[in-house]
Design a protein around this ligand. Structure first.
Ligand code: CAA
Ligand code: NAD
Length: 283
Protein backbone atom coordinates (compact mmCIF):
# COMPACT_ATOMS: atom_id res chain seq x y z
CA UNK A 1 0.00 0.00 0.00
CA UNK A 2 1.07 3.60 -0.55
CA UNK A 3 1.23 5.94 2.41
CA UNK A 4 0.82 9.61 1.52
CA UNK A 5 -1.13 11.21 4.34
CA UNK A 6 -0.34 10.65 8.01
CA UNK A 7 -2.00 11.84 11.20
CA UNK A 8 0.06 12.08 14.38
CA UNK A 9 -2.10 12.13 17.52
CA UNK A 10 -0.58 13.84 20.56
CA UNK A 11 1.57 16.90 19.91
CA UNK A 12 3.81 16.44 22.95
CA UNK A 13 7.54 15.89 22.79
CA UNK A 14 7.22 12.63 20.83
CA UNK A 15 4.30 13.52 18.57
CA UNK A 16 5.83 16.80 17.41
CA UNK A 17 9.12 15.04 16.60
CA UNK A 18 7.32 12.29 14.69
CA UNK A 19 5.30 14.87 12.74
CA UNK A 20 8.51 16.73 11.89
CA UNK A 21 10.40 13.73 10.50
CA UNK A 22 7.36 12.58 8.49
CA UNK A 23 6.87 16.06 6.99
CA UNK A 24 10.59 16.32 6.21
CA UNK A 25 10.31 13.08 4.25
CA UNK A 26 7.48 14.56 2.15
CA UNK A 27 4.39 13.04 3.80
CA UNK A 28 1.32 15.21 4.32
CA UNK A 29 0.92 15.37 8.08
CA UNK A 30 -1.97 16.30 10.35
CA UNK A 31 -0.74 17.08 13.85
CA UNK A 32 -3.65 16.45 16.21
CA UNK A 33 -4.04 17.02 19.94
CA UNK A 34 -7.04 17.46 22.22
CA UNK A 35 -5.24 20.50 23.60
CA UNK A 36 -4.82 23.25 20.97
CA UNK A 37 -2.03 24.91 22.94
CA UNK A 38 -0.01 21.68 22.70
CA UNK A 39 -0.31 21.75 18.90
CA UNK A 40 0.86 25.39 18.78
CA UNK A 41 3.78 24.54 21.06
CA UNK A 42 4.66 21.45 18.99
CA UNK A 43 4.58 23.39 15.71
CA UNK A 44 6.63 26.25 17.19
CA UNK A 45 9.25 23.74 18.34
CA UNK A 46 9.39 22.15 14.87
CA UNK A 47 9.89 25.59 13.31
CA UNK A 48 12.66 26.36 15.80
CA UNK A 49 14.50 23.10 15.03
CA UNK A 50 14.16 23.63 11.27
CA UNK A 51 15.46 27.20 11.57
CA UNK A 52 18.47 25.88 13.45
CA UNK A 53 19.05 23.25 10.75
CA UNK A 54 19.02 26.02 8.10
CA UNK A 55 21.50 28.06 10.15
CA UNK A 56 23.77 25.01 10.37
CA UNK A 57 23.39 24.54 6.59
CA UNK A 58 21.97 21.03 7.04
CA UNK A 59 18.85 21.96 5.07
CA UNK A 60 18.02 24.86 2.76
CA UNK A 61 15.49 27.60 3.47
CA UNK A 62 13.24 26.08 0.75
CA UNK A 63 13.40 22.65 2.42
CA UNK A 64 12.36 24.23 5.71
CA UNK A 65 9.40 26.01 4.07
CA UNK A 66 8.45 22.86 2.21
CA UNK A 67 8.42 20.85 5.46
CA UNK A 68 6.29 23.46 7.21
CA UNK A 69 3.84 23.47 4.29
CA UNK A 70 3.33 19.70 4.75
CA UNK A 71 2.11 20.18 8.34
CA UNK A 72 -1.54 20.86 9.13
CA UNK A 73 -2.90 21.62 12.58
CA UNK A 74 -5.81 19.34 13.51
CA UNK A 75 -8.23 19.81 16.36
CA UNK A 76 -10.80 17.34 14.97
CA UNK A 77 -10.10 13.61 15.00
CA UNK A 78 -12.41 13.48 11.94
CA UNK A 79 -9.44 14.77 9.89
CA UNK A 80 -8.18 11.17 10.08
CA UNK A 81 -10.78 10.21 7.46
CA UNK A 82 -8.32 11.02 4.67
CA UNK A 83 -5.28 9.36 6.26
CA UNK A 84 -3.41 6.24 5.16
CA UNK A 85 -1.56 5.97 8.46
CA UNK A 86 -2.22 7.25 11.97
CA UNK A 87 0.57 7.28 14.55
CA UNK A 88 -0.79 7.66 18.07
CA UNK A 89 1.50 9.34 20.63
CA UNK A 90 -0.85 10.28 23.48
CA UNK A 91 -0.22 9.63 27.17
CA UNK A 92 1.04 6.13 28.15
CA UNK A 93 -2.30 4.88 29.45
CA UNK A 94 -4.20 1.87 28.10
CA UNK A 95 -7.69 3.33 28.61
CA UNK A 96 -6.83 6.56 26.81
CA UNK A 97 -5.10 4.71 23.96
CA UNK A 98 -7.88 2.16 23.43
CA UNK A 99 -10.50 4.94 23.30
CA UNK A 100 -8.47 6.69 20.60
CA UNK A 101 -8.10 3.44 18.61
CA UNK A 102 -11.83 2.68 18.82
CA UNK A 103 -12.60 6.12 17.39
CA UNK A 104 -9.93 5.78 14.70
CA UNK A 105 -11.36 2.44 13.63
CA UNK A 106 -14.67 4.22 12.92
CA UNK A 107 -13.19 7.29 11.24
CA UNK A 108 -10.27 6.14 9.08
CA UNK A 109 -10.57 4.51 5.64
CA UNK A 110 -10.59 0.70 5.67
CA UNK A 111 -7.07 0.48 4.23
CA UNK A 112 -5.49 2.74 6.90
CA UNK A 113 -2.82 1.41 9.24
CA UNK A 114 -3.12 2.36 12.90
CA UNK A 115 0.22 2.58 14.72
CA UNK A 116 1.02 3.29 18.35
CA UNK A 117 4.19 4.92 19.66
CA UNK A 118 3.59 3.27 23.02
CA UNK A 119 6.73 2.70 25.11
CA UNK A 120 5.54 -0.51 26.69
CA UNK A 121 1.82 -1.28 26.38
CA UNK A 122 0.75 -4.46 24.56
CA UNK A 123 0.01 -3.82 20.87
CA UNK A 124 -2.12 -6.98 20.79
CA UNK A 125 -4.46 -5.53 23.43
CA UNK A 126 -4.70 -2.16 21.65
CA UNK A 127 -5.38 -3.95 18.34
CA UNK A 128 -8.15 -6.04 19.91
CA UNK A 129 -10.44 -3.01 20.36
CA UNK A 130 -10.51 -2.49 16.57
CA UNK A 131 -12.04 -4.48 13.72
CA UNK A 132 -8.67 -4.45 11.93
CA UNK A 133 -6.13 -6.02 14.32
CA UNK A 134 -4.07 -7.11 11.29
CA UNK A 135 -3.53 -3.39 10.48
CA UNK A 136 -2.43 -2.35 13.98
CA UNK A 137 1.27 -2.15 14.80
CA UNK A 138 3.75 -0.56 17.22
CA UNK A 139 6.01 2.15 15.85
CA UNK A 140 8.23 3.05 18.78
CA UNK A 141 10.32 6.15 18.12
CA UNK A 142 13.11 7.27 20.44
CA UNK A 143 13.42 10.66 22.08
CA UNK A 144 14.51 13.16 20.67
CA UNK A 145 12.90 11.87 17.49
CA UNK A 146 14.70 14.12 14.99
CA UNK A 147 18.07 12.90 16.31
CA UNK A 148 17.64 9.23 17.24
CA UNK A 149 17.93 6.73 14.40
CA UNK A 150 15.92 3.82 15.80
CA UNK A 151 12.29 2.85 15.35
CA UNK A 152 11.35 -0.35 17.17
CA UNK A 153 8.56 -1.94 15.15
CA UNK A 154 6.31 -4.13 17.25
CA UNK A 155 4.24 -6.87 15.74
CA UNK A 156 1.03 -7.58 17.63
CA UNK A 157 -0.22 -11.15 17.61
CA UNK A 158 -2.39 -10.48 14.55
CA UNK A 159 -0.30 -7.86 12.69
CA UNK A 160 -0.13 -8.91 9.03
CA UNK A 161 3.07 -9.17 7.00
CA UNK A 162 1.64 -6.55 4.63
CA UNK A 163 1.23 -4.07 7.48
CA UNK A 164 4.71 -4.83 8.81
CA UNK A 165 6.29 -4.34 5.37
CA UNK A 166 4.47 -1.03 4.76
CA UNK A 167 5.70 0.32 8.11
CA UNK A 168 9.21 -1.01 7.66
CA UNK A 169 9.39 0.70 4.27
CA UNK A 170 7.96 3.96 5.67
CA UNK A 171 10.53 3.88 8.50
CA UNK A 172 13.31 3.63 5.94
CA UNK A 173 11.75 6.51 3.97
CA UNK A 174 11.93 8.79 7.00
CA UNK A 175 15.60 7.92 7.31
CA UNK A 176 15.31 5.77 10.44
CA UNK A 177 16.47 2.23 11.10
CA UNK A 178 13.71 -0.29 11.82
CA UNK A 179 14.18 -3.18 14.22
CA UNK A 180 11.49 -5.87 14.39
CA UNK A 181 10.42 -7.05 17.83
CA UNK A 182 7.61 -9.15 19.22
CA UNK A 183 4.94 -7.93 21.57
CA UNK A 184 6.24 -8.36 25.12
CA UNK A 185 6.18 -5.87 28.04
CA UNK A 186 8.65 -3.04 27.38
CA UNK A 187 9.58 -4.66 24.02
CA UNK A 188 13.41 -4.63 23.85
CA UNK A 189 14.31 -0.98 24.46
CA UNK A 190 12.45 -0.28 27.67
CA UNK A 191 12.81 -3.78 29.10
CA UNK A 192 16.52 -3.03 29.22
CA UNK A 193 16.65 0.76 29.68
CA UNK A 194 13.93 1.34 32.27
CA UNK A 195 15.17 -1.10 34.97
CA UNK A 196 18.52 0.71 34.75
CA UNK A 197 16.81 4.07 35.29
CA UNK A 198 14.69 2.61 38.12
CA UNK A 199 17.85 1.21 39.76
CA UNK A 200 19.51 4.63 39.48
CA UNK A 201 16.51 6.10 41.33
CA UNK A 202 16.88 3.41 44.03
CA UNK A 203 20.51 4.41 44.54
CA UNK A 204 19.37 7.98 45.27
CA UNK A 205 16.43 6.74 47.41
CA UNK A 206 18.77 4.57 49.49
CA UNK A 207 21.21 7.44 49.97
CA UNK A 208 24.04 5.77 48.06
CA UNK A 209 24.79 8.93 46.07
CA UNK A 210 23.28 12.22 44.89
CA UNK A 211 21.54 12.44 41.48
CA UNK A 212 24.51 14.44 40.16
CA UNK A 213 26.98 11.78 41.29
CA UNK A 214 24.90 8.88 39.95
CA UNK A 215 24.76 10.65 36.58
CA UNK A 216 28.48 11.37 36.61
CA UNK A 217 29.27 7.70 37.28
CA UNK A 218 27.23 6.59 34.29
CA UNK A 219 28.39 9.40 31.99
CA UNK A 220 32.10 9.25 32.67
CA UNK A 221 32.27 5.61 33.72
CA UNK A 222 30.11 4.08 31.01
CA UNK A 223 30.21 6.78 28.35
CA UNK A 224 26.44 7.25 28.34
CA UNK A 225 25.52 10.54 26.63
CA UNK A 226 23.20 11.43 29.52
CA UNK A 227 23.19 10.12 33.08
CA UNK A 228 20.12 7.96 33.91
CA UNK A 229 18.45 10.61 36.09
CA UNK A 230 18.91 13.34 33.50
CA UNK A 231 17.50 10.89 30.97
CA UNK A 232 14.55 10.07 33.26
CA UNK A 233 13.76 13.80 33.56
CA UNK A 234 14.07 14.11 29.78
CA UNK A 235 11.73 11.15 29.08
CA UNK A 236 9.21 12.31 31.72
CA UNK A 237 8.95 10.72 35.17
CA UNK A 238 5.26 9.92 34.59
CA UNK A 239 6.19 7.97 31.45
CA UNK A 240 9.00 6.17 33.34
CA UNK A 241 6.56 5.17 36.09
CA UNK A 242 3.93 3.93 33.61
CA UNK A 243 6.57 1.81 31.88
CA UNK A 244 7.83 0.31 35.17
CA UNK A 245 4.24 -0.52 36.10
CA UNK A 246 3.74 -2.33 32.79
CA UNK A 247 6.96 -4.33 33.35
CA UNK A 248 6.06 -5.10 36.99
CA UNK A 249 2.54 -6.24 36.10
CA UNK A 250 3.50 -7.94 32.85
CA UNK A 251 6.31 -10.08 34.27
CA UNK A 252 5.08 -10.33 37.89
CA UNK A 253 8.68 -10.13 39.05
CA UNK A 254 9.74 -7.96 42.03
CA UNK A 255 12.87 -6.88 40.17
CA UNK A 256 10.65 -4.47 38.22
CA UNK A 257 9.10 -2.83 41.31
CA UNK A 258 8.92 0.93 40.64
CA UNK A 259 11.04 2.85 43.16
CA UNK A 260 8.84 4.59 45.78
CA UNK A 261 10.77 7.81 45.15
CA UNK A 262 9.67 7.73 41.50
CA UNK A 263 6.04 7.35 42.60
CA UNK A 264 6.43 10.19 45.09
CA UNK A 265 7.84 12.60 42.51
CA UNK A 266 5.08 11.81 40.02
CA UNK A 267 2.42 12.29 42.72
CA UNK A 268 3.98 15.67 43.53
CA UNK A 269 3.75 16.68 39.86
CA UNK A 270 7.53 16.54 39.46
CA UNK A 271 7.45 15.06 35.98
CA UNK A 272 10.95 16.10 34.91
CA UNK A 273 11.94 18.60 32.27
CA UNK A 274 8.41 19.09 30.91
CA UNK A 275 7.03 20.24 34.28
CA UNK A 276 10.14 22.23 35.30
CA UNK A 277 11.21 19.88 38.08
CA UNK A 278 12.24 16.26 38.50
CA UNK A 279 15.60 15.09 39.79
CA UNK A 280 16.82 18.49 38.62
CA UNK A 281 15.22 21.92 38.26
CA UNK A 282 14.62 23.53 34.85
CA UNK A 283 13.72 27.11 33.97
N1 CAA B 1 15.03 17.75 19.99
C1 CAA B 1 15.63 17.84 18.79
N2 CAA B 1 16.95 17.90 18.61
C2 CAA B 1 17.72 17.87 19.72
C3 CAA B 1 17.18 17.79 21.01
C4 CAA B 1 15.76 17.73 21.13
N3 CAA B 1 15.15 17.62 22.32
N4 CAA B 1 18.19 17.78 21.91
C5 CAA B 1 19.33 17.86 21.20
N5 CAA B 1 19.04 17.91 19.89
C6 CAA B 1 19.99 18.01 18.80
C7 CAA B 1 20.74 19.32 18.92
O1 CAA B 1 20.03 20.35 18.25
C8 CAA B 1 22.05 19.00 18.25
O2 CAA B 1 21.88 19.13 16.85
P1 CAA B 1 22.89 20.08 16.06
O3 CAA B 1 24.11 19.23 15.93
O4 CAA B 1 22.15 20.32 14.81
O5 CAA B 1 23.11 21.27 16.90
C9 CAA B 1 22.27 17.50 18.51
O6 CAA B 1 20.99 16.99 18.93
C10 CAA B 1 23.28 17.29 19.63
O7 CAA B 1 22.85 18.06 20.73
P2 CAA B 1 23.80 18.73 21.81
O8 CAA B 1 25.15 18.93 21.19
O9 CAA B 1 23.10 19.90 22.39
O10 CAA B 1 23.85 17.69 22.98
P3 CAA B 1 24.36 16.21 23.03
O11 CAA B 1 25.55 15.98 22.17
O12 CAA B 1 24.41 15.89 24.47
O13 CAA B 1 23.19 15.36 22.39
C11 CAA B 1 21.29 14.04 22.79
C12 CAA B 1 21.88 15.43 22.86
C13 CAA B 1 21.27 13.52 21.35
C14 CAA B 1 19.87 14.13 23.30
C15 CAA B 1 22.19 13.07 23.67
O14 CAA B 1 22.34 13.62 24.95
C16 CAA B 1 21.62 11.69 23.79
O15 CAA B 1 21.76 10.86 22.90
N6 CAA B 1 20.96 11.40 24.95
C17 CAA B 1 20.37 10.12 25.19
C18 CAA B 1 19.06 10.05 24.48
C19 CAA B 1 18.37 8.73 24.68
O16 CAA B 1 18.86 7.81 25.32
N7 CAA B 1 17.17 8.61 24.10
C20 CAA B 1 16.35 7.46 24.26
C21 CAA B 1 15.40 7.72 25.40
S1 CAA B 1 14.39 6.31 25.71
C22 CAA B 1 13.17 6.43 24.59
O17 CAA B 1 13.07 7.34 23.82
C23 CAA B 1 12.18 5.33 24.60
C24 CAA B 1 11.08 5.41 25.58
O18 CAA B 1 10.07 4.79 25.31
C25 CAA B 1 11.16 6.13 26.86
P1 NAD C 1 3.62 14.23 26.38
O1 NAD C 1 3.02 14.29 27.73
O2 NAD C 1 4.76 15.13 26.02
O3 NAD C 1 2.49 14.44 25.23
C1 NAD C 1 1.28 13.75 25.20
C2 NAD C 1 0.28 14.61 24.42
O4 NAD C 1 -0.89 13.82 24.18
C3 NAD C 1 -0.18 15.87 25.17
O5 NAD C 1 0.03 17.00 24.36
C4 NAD C 1 -1.68 15.62 25.42
O6 NAD C 1 -2.45 16.82 25.34
C5 NAD C 1 -2.02 14.67 24.29
N1 NAD C 1 -3.19 13.83 24.54
C6 NAD C 1 -3.47 13.11 25.68
N2 NAD C 1 -4.62 12.43 25.49
C7 NAD C 1 -5.05 12.71 24.24
C8 NAD C 1 -6.19 12.31 23.46
N3 NAD C 1 -7.09 11.46 23.96
N4 NAD C 1 -6.32 12.80 22.21
C9 NAD C 1 -5.42 13.67 21.70
N5 NAD C 1 -4.33 14.09 22.38
C10 NAD C 1 -4.14 13.61 23.64
O7 NAD C 1 4.04 12.70 26.17
P2 NAD C 1 5.23 12.08 25.28
O8 NAD C 1 6.46 12.02 26.10
O9 NAD C 1 5.22 12.72 23.95
O10 NAD C 1 4.72 10.56 25.16
C11 NAD C 1 3.70 10.20 24.27
C12 NAD C 1 3.74 8.70 24.01
O11 NAD C 1 5.04 8.36 23.48
C13 NAD C 1 3.56 7.83 25.26
O12 NAD C 1 2.87 6.66 24.90
C14 NAD C 1 5.00 7.52 25.65
O13 NAD C 1 5.11 6.35 26.40
C15 NAD C 1 5.62 7.36 24.28
N6 NAD C 1 7.09 7.56 24.24
C16 NAD C 1 7.67 8.51 25.03
C17 NAD C 1 9.03 8.68 24.96
C18 NAD C 1 9.70 9.73 25.81
O14 NAD C 1 10.93 9.71 25.92
N7 NAD C 1 8.98 10.66 26.40
C19 NAD C 1 9.80 7.91 24.09
C20 NAD C 1 9.17 6.96 23.27
C21 NAD C 1 7.80 6.79 23.37
Amino acid sequence: MTIKTVMVIGAGQMGSGIAQVCAQAGYNVFLHDMNEAAIEKGLANIEKLLTRAVEKERITHDEKENTLSKLTKSTQLQDAKTCDLVIEAVVENMDVKTKVFQQLDEITPKHAILASNTSSLPITEIAAVTDRPDQVIGMHFMNPVPVMKLVEIIRGLQTSDETYEAIESMTNNINKTPVEVNDFPGFVSNRILMPMINEAIYTVYEGVASPEDVDTVMKLGMNHPMGPLTLADFIGLDTCLYIMEVLYEGFGDSKYRPCPLLRKYVKAGWLGKKSGRGFYEYN
